[in-house]
Design a protein around this ligand. Structure first.
Ligand code: GAR
Length: 239
């Protein structure tokens, strides 16, 4: 009797193992420090995210992100834009390299180049970006200083599907922090960063679970239109 119940437990466990979906193959693009890349890597390695980071692509050969990838045995590829005739040629090469790793999702994690619309268009719906502002506020650069200059009470970061418009694609989720009296742009950026890491991991998890998709140019969650961006709390949960 006891052995029958043990073997039926084994059978149940086997079914659970069998039914676990394959990890989502991902390629990450980064330009610099790579802390968001590292956050994804940590979550993957700790089994908190069902993803497989297949490569890191960089547009700067000295980016620290490359060192982080090499240290983790992730293929680390630097492409120098000066070796290409123009932006479209560089971007075509970049996406061709990414495609070699057959990602289901490309994650722009601190990738600081504007993308050529023709090169990126095949990836619409399969590419997300993290941007350090509460989009649609402050697309582009110097977001922390712009929030301070505007006397905003709150600041934050957004993850959105990438479209041809700079930082303009449909927003999936955001995370917010209060701006402190006397904050500098550097202090604000540093305080926001760990929230960014949790936001990015939570957003990738939603994509990996098939819960969010881009349909008709808008975000859907669990098959329904997303009325407003999801709020991710300080622990990385949907608020
Ligand atoms: C992050 O703050 C990210 O939001 C921002 O660059 C930083 C990269 O940090 N991205 C952009 O500004 C894109 N427009 P990291 O290299 O340590 O991940």
């Amino acid at each position: 009797m006891a052995s029958a119940s043990v073997s039926s437990e084994h059978a149940a466990c086997a079914r659970i193992v069998e039914s676990k979906p394959a990890p989502l193959p991902i390629v990450v693009f980064a330009s610099g420090r790579g802390s968001n890349f590292q956050a994804l890597l940590n979550a993957e390695r700790a089994g908190r995210l069902n993803i497989e980071i297949r490569a890191l692509l960089c547009d700067r050969s000295r980016a620290r992100a490359l060192e982080l990838a090499r240290a983790a045995n992730v293929p680390a590829i630097a492409l120098d834009h000066k070796a290409f005739a123009d932006r479209p040629a560089f971007d075509q090469a970049l996406f061709a390299r990414a495609a070699e790793f057959a990602p289901a999702l490309i994650v722009l994690a601190g990738f600081m180049r504007i993308l050529d619309p023709a090169a990126m268009s095949p990836w619409i719906g399969r590419m997300i970006n993290i941007h350090p502002s509460l989009l649609p506020k402050y697309p582009g650069l110097h977001t922390h200083q712009r929030a301070l200059d505007a006397d905003d009470a709150r600041h934050g970061s957004s993850v959105h599907f990438v479209s041809a418009e700079l930082d303009g694609g449909p927003v999936i989720a955001r995370t917010e922090i209060a701006i402190g009296r006397g904050d500098t742009a550097e202090q604000l950026a540093a305080r926001l960063l760990p929230y960014e890491h949790r936001l990015l991991c939570a957003s990738v998890e939603l994509f990996a679970r098939g819960r969010i998709v881009l349909k008709g140019g808008a975000v859907q969650i669990d098959g329904h239109p997303l009325a407003q961006p999801l709020a991710i709390d300080s622990a990385g949960r949907l608020g």
